[in-house]
Design a protein. Sequence first.
Length: 221
Amino acid sequence: MAGQIPVRPPRGPARSGSDFVVYVEGPRDRDVLRAWARRLSPRLAKLLAPACVILGGRQPARALADLRRRREQRASARGLCVLDRDDVAVHDAFEEEVGLDLFVWGRRHIESYLLVPDAIERALRSREGRVGPLFREAEVPLGDEQKLASFDAKAFLSAHGPLSQVEGRVPPGRIARAMRPEELHPDVRSLLARISEGLGVIEPIVALRSATTTRGPAELS
């Protein structure tokens, strides 16, 4: 795979004394993940940001190439590559890579897990109650995981999307920071549990795992 796709070194990493690397598509993904982690464990949030490597898009080939370089220097290096689903298959070779695991969101984008009207109201610091009706007008399929798997949340939350046109731009990171622990989807909790284990953060593991029993993370089919 890496031989077929031009690969340049991803941005990062910042290493935190751990051999575990979290590959994310962009800085927004990193910031959202860190905000979610902060809701559950300050220590996890502190270690997560410096462990992230920015791929610059949905480019798993860069994660493969980067981890191979790291393992040449330290055989103990391991990584987890976090990708939006985007209805795009990932090359089978990825599954065979030693030391690199894969997490693909069950919904279309990471932004799909920010579709929580109450959290958006808090992020807006609004008491107008307009977000719920806006969701209904835009036919956001809340509560329907099958439809949410294909809903374009990235467009809905974009600078030109329905929410911004009515309420102004709300950065995804701000919404993530406004979310409460009980509002984190099981996919989010499952991913954070895997990252916690990779970074050696033991504190939140029990709570995170107990919250994932209803629905696990999306893996490659």
